[in-house]
Design a protein around this ligand. Structure first.
Ligand code: ATP
Ligand code: MG
Length: 339
């Protein structure tokens, strides 16, 4: 088949993200999209039906607009290959979910570790938690998407998608395109060197938005001057000499890593600039400066993007998504003699 390939990313709706989320997830995705949007479709969708599995958040609509704005403020270049859409605005997702439910087995879904983790020892677990990997398969298969940048925690679901597609194709003909195997996904996304920004106060842990201590994390909405202060008060060590040593000097290594990502400078270059220096304060000063500049720039861009701009992108994207998804769904329905 010789058509434009599709890269698909589902975007968890988060109104608040950390510098870790930004540098470790958002920015790599934006760079990947910018690098491929001439030659691939880039589908960026909000899995709003997935989000109602756990809690119904009254802020869902506002938050999803904010999340999409983050992509633009982080530098996503929009062209006619970049498509923003909401899952629930493309009813074919739910339709195919049902159809694939009749292919997937209870045993298969029972084996999903995400399901086991989330349901273990709980009463009244909803069917959505059990079934959401099948909805995810529909999200992917409707668009012939081959690359889906997901974390390792989703690899099992990707394997399930491949298995369901193979089973369906075997019975009804070559209807679905299989997404690439997880190892090829990882290669494509270059995640072998997946980075983890560390907690500023406890650098042996990763920075997480759910950590309570405000000094441990930098939020992307932090006042730039306050963020600089957090960097200045970051935990270091008593070695007294800068080197990139994640085991003995996790705090210092974290600062070097942040500097590299924020200034888009190869880590090796940052390391050679600072190695052997003894004044930790100078490094903190520099990293604090860089982070403050990044936040100022990001926040300025963010406020310049209107809701209307996002709505226009969604309207356009949902038109495209419905066309592609409905045409795939029709093939499936015909194969099943539903049409
Ligand atoms: P929580 O504490 O609620 O788990 P989190 O900060 O770990 O929040 P997630 O929503 O779990 O964030 O993850 C969002 C994305 O950010 C994922 O792709 C994840 O791999 C990435 N990510 C999370 N923390 C970091 C970090 N410290 N450094 C780099 N990437 C990160
Ligand atoms: Mg997490």
């Amino acid at each position: 088949m010789n058509k434009t390939p599709t890269i698909l990313t589902g975007l968890r709706v988060n109104s608040e993200i950390t510098l870790g989320n930004f540098l470790g997830a958002l920015l790599p995705m934006v760079r990947l999209a910018n690098a491929h949007s001439q030659t691939s479709h880039i589908n960026i969708f909000v899995p709003d039906l997935h989000s109602i599995i756990s809690e119904i958040d009254g802020e869902l609509q506002q938050n999803l607009f904010t999340s999409l704005k983050y992509f633009l403020a982080a530098g996503l270049k929009v062209n006619n290959h970049v498509h923003f859409y909401r899952q629930s605005y493309v009813p074919a997702h739910s339709e195919l979910n049902w159809i694939l439910n009749c292919t997937a087995t209870m045993g298969e879904l029972n084996r999903m570790t995400q399901y086991k983790d989330k349901s273990e020892g709980k009463d009244g677990v909803n069917v959505g938690i059990f079934d959401y990997p099948v909805l995810m398969a529909a999200d992917i298969l409707l668009y012939d998407a081959e690359y889906i940048p997901v974390g390792e925690d989703q690899f099992q679901h990707l394997e399930l998608t491949r298995r369901l597609a193979t089973r369906f194709n075997y019975k009804y003909g070559e209807i679905f395109v299989l997404p690439k195997e997880p190892k090829d996904q990882a290669k494509f996304m270059n995640v072998e060197n997946g980075i983890r920004i560390r907690d500023l106060q406890n650098p042996e842990k990763k920075m997480s938005k759910s950590t309570h201590a405000a000094n441990s994390k930098i939020m992307i909405s932090d006042d730039p001057a306050a963020a600089r202060k957090k960097i200045m008060s970051a935990t270091t060590d008593s070695v007294g000499k800068i080197s990139f040593d994640t085991f003995n000097q996790p705090g210092i290594s974290n600062l070097l890593q942040i500097e590299s990502l924020v200034t888009d400078t190869p880590l090796q270059d940052v390391i050679s600039t600072w190695s052997g220096e003894t004044h930790y304060g100078d490094l903190k000063q520099k990293v604090g400066e860089s982070v403050a500049t990044l936040l100022t720039d990001f926040q300025r861009k963010l406020t310049a993007i209107s809701d209307q701009e996002i709505l226009d992108l969604l309207t356009e994207g949902e038109k495209y998504a419905n066309q592609v998804a409905n045409s795939k769904l029709l093939q499936v329905q015909k194969a099943l003699h539903l049409r």
